[in-house]
Design a protein around this ligand. Sequence first.
Ligand code: FAD
Ligand code: DLZ
Ligand code: SF4
Length: 521
Amino acid sequence: MPSQPILVPILGDQLSRNISSIRGRSKDDTVILMMEVWDEATYVKHHKQKIALIFSAMRHFAAELCDAGWDVEYVKLDDEGNSGSFTGELARAIERRDPRAIHVTEASEWRVQQAIEEWPDKFACAIELLPDDRFICSHSEFNDWAEGRKALTMEHFYREMRRKTGLLMDGDKPEGGDWNYDKDNREPPKGDMNVPPVPKFAPDEITSEVIALVEERFSDHFGNIEEFAWPVTSAEAQKAADAFFAQRIEKFGPYQDAMVHGSDDLYHSMLSTSINCGLLDPLDLCQRAEKAYKDGHAPINSVEGFIRQIIGWREYVRGFYWLFMPGLADANAMEANVPLPEFFWTGETDLRCLADSIRSTHNNAHAHHIQRLMVLGNFCLIAGINPRDVQDWYLAVYADAYEWVELPNVAGMILYADGGKLATKPYAASGNYINKMSDYCRECAYSPSKKSGEGACPFGPLYWHFIDRHRDTLSKNHRISRIYATWDRMGDEKKRDYLDHADNFLDSLTPASKGWAKETN
Ligand code: FAD
Ligand code: DLZ
Ligand code: SF4
């Protein structure tokens, strides 16, 4: 090793041999630095499984790099002298290795990128910042697309990404004739769904050691760790992907919006944790999905739906995040100020749809998209929960959560806190939607068909309360304004019933103590 190597910090969501900071580098001239740091483990109090996932995946990745002949400096959380921050650990590594330059792939999150951008002022050696080209759309490409548009419609962006990648394209036309097959993807659950199980990965020695560390050092964080079964290496993540493409993609589309009590995965891929930390390549997954369609293993609506989530939504929210940060984190266009209820952390609620979604979140560090959107998210929207609390909760509780993907989904997609930059109207719904798309209501203490009084589903009154209190803004939005005709046709007594019911329900909520999401001292 030459006396002044290149130092390459690899962050916990950059666990890919193809990451831009390592790709093309020579092993003889490179020191890779990986750091378990207290700041990252606690900027929100992540679910125990998320910390275990990241630390275990980092340790496995470091071991693979060492086996392949790379010089890796790995700092464990409890190593003596660990400063607790990326910048502190970089300073110590510079002391030890005297590098001639630092090569680092840009951070996915604003908070970390701000720290990296201060490095040139703090350290004498040259710093080279590289783009994260695991994303299909670069920052400048997204900004160019957004420039001058009245509305940042995801569907339009998605078509650009289809053209760019050539996925599901027949020349310059969309495969099958349509760009989007969402209309075929709204089947409610039926009978015994017989869903093939998602592969579980039993903890090996490295993971077991990390689980013990998490139990000891993060015992007051939310979540169950006993059930930890996430893929922690790229080989395991590939096995999880193989199982999805062999057994579940066929029905991914039709049942994408379905919810079944106690069934936590349905036909979803469960691959987001692996994609987001670098174990799987998003474009590769889309190519595999396309192949499943071309080979006749999966219908177009399933394959197009899956590809749209990745090259459409995933790329779009990343571009959106960087375009609107840092303001997005403080947005509160709906002036929502109700504190997050305690039951989001304890799961103790008799609203069965919420209880089941929170149970899955607690046990698995995961809830599927429609639970996040139409149960938990819709509740937060219509109850008027303040965006800061909701953001902290979503960021803390999911193993796939990073601010770049969580925040646009929370502030834009579910809360309309951005004032309509992401969604053209709030996704507000009464209990009828949940009743149609799930089996939750059948055994719930409440009934969605009962409109008021004891036993009425609280989503109904909360929905009308939301509509009523946002009349000034929403009556001007042509996508939702028609609902005011229905509201106005209701007699005063009925309206009062709804509003009183919602007020009583909101008054009955116990606010969460602050210590759940963030350290309070
Ligand atoms: P599948 O249903 O199998 O979908 C395939 C892939 O598409 C996912 O793995 C994911 O990479 C991508 N995808 C799907 N929907 C979205 C979306 N709306 N935004 C970005 N990517 C998407 N996803 C995260 O990865 N991290 C988060 O922190 C996160 N927070 C969310 C918060 C809210 C309020 C909502 C409504 C959605 C959030 N999502 C988040 C998106 C989505 O719910 C998850 O990606 C999905 O549930 C992960 O499970 P899966 O891999 O089985 O997804
Ligand atoms: C999520 C996470 C956690 C819990 N811990 C670490 C860590 O100790 N070291 C690390 O490199 N990364 C960690 N991560 C992932 C980072 O938060 C993620 O890479 C950055 O937020 C990206 O901006
Ligand atoms: Fe949820 Fe209402 Fe259905 Fe109960 S009745 S499960 S609270 S939507």
